[in-house]
Design a protein around this ligand. Sequence first.
Ligand code: HSE
Length: 438
Amino acid sequence: MKPINVGLLGIGTVGGGVWTVLLRNEEEIQRRAGRAIRITTVADKDLERARRVTAGKARLTVDAFEVVRDPDIDIVVELIGGTTVAKALILAAIAAGKHVVTANKALLATHGNEIFAAAQGKDVMVAFEAAVAGGIPIIKALREGLTANRIEWIAGIINGTSNFILSEMRDKGLAFGEVLREAQARGYAEADPTFDIEGIDAAHKLTILSAIAFGIPMQFDKAYTEGISGLTREDIRYAEQLGYRIKLVGITKKTAEGIELRVHPTLIPARRLIANVEGVMNAVLVHGDAVGSTLYYGAGAGAFPTASSVVADLVDVTRLHTADPEHRVPHLAFQPDRLVATRILPMEEVTTSYYLRMQVLDRPGVLADITRIFADLSISIEAVVQREPAEGEDQVDLILLTHQTREKHINAAIERIEALPVVSGKITRIRIEELGKN
Ligand code: HSE
């Protein structure tokens, strides 16, 4: 059969990985795909870099639009990133009747509905395994492997940079800022690390997982996002003493009232496998009604792991290239006309448990004042720990763990406790997830 011609947009870290993996495993990939897959054209603004990587084996251009309109190209691989030029290129490729493979989570989370509708209209595929958790085939697992299940919830460590920072803070007892600088020096964190450390990158990926899990449109604007920049080493240490690890977790859960879609620092029992995912690694825990819990672990970034997902998509698209569009796996796992815009719950309506740390005066009656507020709001306390005051100090750290309650009740409790004269400063609030059966 005639080879499949690929146009590669962007030959940076991931693009270079795709080029290398396709060549290195050419023979096996051809045996699996049933025909050769070759990158015939590369668009990159740095032609020197493109020349170095491709060594004269592909046509090079600085004009990516020329590639998406080229009638000889069957599949366009978009690895430019961002939500402006990349969006225009993908829509132009679709309009020209080409299949698209992309790793662009920000674009899909924010404009995915429009892009998939356009692809549907032109009977082309948009494949995006590399957009979530790098090399972990989580899209394939959710969309196909778990298709028998009602997915109940997903919890993922889906940002390697923040997981590296939290691992280092716990291991070495370092402060957030110190580790961030180390992560930047090692090239894990960007010069502007906002997307990684403030949970935005994780929320992009979670939005995609949630859409596939529950058959809903992409709704990134409704995701609750809280990052790790406010975490202290004290909280990490206290959590550890209580049997928990703090991780930046993306959680999406289907409840009777709607769907939870939230990224925030989370206490997870240290005995859970996912709590032991360290460094830049990613893991996604999926709970289905039939299968129970399944855990997917691997590299969430990097040239070759991400290339592994991009090339898998290329093989998938190559195999289905000539298939009747009706027989393809739908972009969001559910048939496009069967997506339901289930309500995303505002954070105030989410139910979970809480770790609260506050500074209080070490004197009789203080605990009683605080626990009365919880009782009035029907919040049940699971544990109370008071640390020894430092020499000559009358202020102590008081840590409370609550049972499950609505976030709005905890917000009300925090406001009332912070107003007590015996409590100084702000209360630190971190959510707890058991990640057991329910
Ligand atoms: N910046 C991401 C991370 C990798 O730190 O996990 C790409 O999504």
